[in-house]
Design a protein around this ligand. Structure first.
Ligand code: ADP
Length: 163
């Protein structure tokens, strides 16, 4: 066992319903995804650079392709919306990068960095203004509340994947 892990009790895997890191989430973490459109266009590096220069620390990060079932689960809150099917298909259409980001006031500050859902309405200099092409294919996700940030982080990452 390496030094970093000494002293830690074994943590349950993501999805087990138990998370030992839940208490340190508070208002300082958010969950982002770099969506398939931005990945395909080669914007991942530039977006991660903006995130780091924006003062966010990367707590966890992985590249993953969601199945349609997992994308449907992640966006279940939008089940009744007319764009749900399209959203699930898009989000499972290619690899994404998921990451937990840390900064004081993380949820609100990250929403400000990414800009409005519709890139046409996003402020100049925001990630969506620079890299998104439409309201559906809008380059990045950012949690909309502390409670959802925790749920979404637990969706992707076990305790052992957070640093
Ligand atoms: P946000 O991602 O800014 O929090 P929402 O929670 O409203 O936005 O929507 C979740 C995601 O669903 C959006 O990021 C976008 O990918 C997709 N979406 C939202 N509205 C539409 C729409 N009118 N048509 C197609 N896709 C949409």
């Amino acid at each position: 066992m390496d030094d970093k892990r000494q002293g830690l009790t074994f943590a349950p895997a993501a999805g087990s319903g138990v998370n030992t890191k839940s208490n340190d989430f508070m208002s300082n973490r958010t969950l982002t995804m770099i969506k398939p459109d931005a990945m395909k266009k080669g914007y991942a590096g530039a977006i991660l650079d903006m995130i780091i220069k924006g003062g966010f620390r990367i707590v966890a990060l992985k590249q993953i392709q969601l199945s349609a079932e997992k994308a449907a689960e992640f966006y279940a809150v939008h089940k009744e919306r007319p764009f749900y099917g399209e959203l699930v298909e898009f989000m499972s259409s290619g690899p994404i990068i998921a990451a937990i980001l840390e900064k004081e006031n993380a949820v609100a500050d990250f929403r400000a960095l990414i800009g409005a859902t519709d890139p046409a309405k996003a402020e100049k200099g925001t990630i969506r203004k620079l890299y998104a092409s439409s309201v559906g294919e809008n380059a990045v996700h950012g949690s909309d509340s502390d409670a959802n940030a925790k749920i979404e982080a637990d969706f992707f990452f076990s305790s052992l994947e957070r640093f």
